[in-house]
Each structure stands twice: as C-alpha cells, then as structure tokens.
Design a protein. Structure first.
Lengths: 110, 112
C-alpha cells in the first residue's frame, strides 16, 4: 500500500549487517511488524514493536521506531544466506487491519 | 498443529469461471482475513471477518465474496474470474483484531 513505503531491493555480504527501512504516513498505528517471506511460502512474523516503544531487540534482530518521522527499521546482524528473502513492513490500525509495504528483496552474497 | 490451511495451492481458471478458495484455521481465532499479493504492491486486504456471521470489505473487495458461517472457515469466492485476479492469495487469522496474524501458505491463481 502507498501509505507504507519501503525500498525494493537490498544486497548485502554474508556476515555484514543489513538495514531495511520503512516509512508510514498514518500515526494511528498500534503495532508495527516485520514479516519474512521465503520463495513459495507464506509470511512469517519476524518481530513486532508496539507504537509507544522506540527499540526492540531479539537475538540478531533490532527494530528501531522513530515516531516523529514515522520511520521503522529492521537491522539484521551477521547476515546469513538463509536471510535471503522478501521482508515486509506492516502496520496495524486501531481496527486491526494490516497494511503492508511492497516488500524489500534482500539478497545475501557470499 | 495445522495453523492456517489454504486449498488449493495452485489453480488455473478460464475467464468467467467461478471458484472458491478455502481457508481453515484450528486455533479458535476470531479474526480472519484475505489478502492478495501482486509484484511490487505488497499484500492488499480483500475482505475480513471479526467473527462468525460478520464480514466486511477491505481495500480491494470488488469481484470477491466471503462468508463466515463458522469460526474455523473463511472461504473466498470468485464469482466470474477475470485476468486481473491473477495473483497469490493469502488467508490469515489472529486472536482478536490486535493479535499476531498467522498466514497460510498461499494459493497461486492464474486466470487465462
């Protein structure tokens, strides 16, 4: 959806950190999510952050939320070949509807 | 532990044909929804349901019908398929509207 925007492609070397960025326009978001989609598969929830939080860390994943700029990012530390996938940013509104970005294709090179 | 099950996984239809995409969940989730995924556009909400007997339209409802007679099942009907409905369709469910959404594996539909 046009209200959630993300870059379409990211190439990263194995072992480096990946940073995927997302911006959204509606400040009434309740939760913000990062989903991972591998080829031919459904969406897998990676992590989420509540809209009143600034940061959340979960093993190799760090989510940063800048509410003022309506900017969300996902950092993957020590990126592995298994991290190659499409990553979707999504926001949930107060009615429970999910609104997705177009997805960022992450390619991890050796 | 099945989660969200979609059938079929693949389908080819001729323009004007009708069909029903099935979605079932065994987690007693109240909230279910259907999305379509098109290249470069992410997932867009077609229809959703907050409980048995209650459905509502999402962002792109035209050409699709839904019903929710049981908590477990949320079928999506295409009444007269069009090539513009060629897409990958995902069903999702969650416990309440703000709960984590669990997705099915998707149905890849081609309309020729």
């Amino acid at each position: 959806g046009e209200d959630v925007e993300q870059s379409l492609f990211l190439s990263v070397r194995e072992g480096d950190s990946s940073v995927i960025n997302c911006t959204y326009t509606d400040s009434s978001s309740t939760y913000l999510y990062w989903y991972k989609q591998e080829p031919g598969a459904g969406l897998q929830l990676l992590t989420y952050i509540f809209s009143n939080m600034d940061m959340k860390q979960d093993q190799r994943l760090t989510v940063l939320l800048n509410k003022k700029d309506k900017h969300l990012s996902l950092r993957i530390a020590d990126t592995q070949t298994g991290d190659s996938a499409i990553y979707f940013c999504a926001r949930k509104d107060s009615w429970g509807k999910l609104q997705f970005g177009a997805g960022t294709q992450v390619v991890v090179t050796p | 532990n099945a989660g969200v099950t979609q059938t079929p996984k693949f389908q080819v239809l001729k323009t004007g044909q009708s069909m029903t995409l099935q979605c079932a969940q065994d987690m007693n989730h109240e909230y279910m929804s259907w999305y379509r995924q098109d290249p470069g556009m992410g997932l867009r909400l077609i229809h959703y349901s907050v409980g048995a007997g209650i459905t509502d339209q999402g962002e792109v409802p035209n050409g699709y019908n839904v019903s929710r007679s049981t908590t477990e099942d949320f079928p999506l009907r295409l009444l007269s398929a069009a090539p513009s409905q060629t897409s990958v369709y995902f069903c999702a469910s969650s416990y309440g509207q703000l709960g984590e959404a669990f997705f099915g594996q998707g149905t890849r539909l081609t309309v020729v």
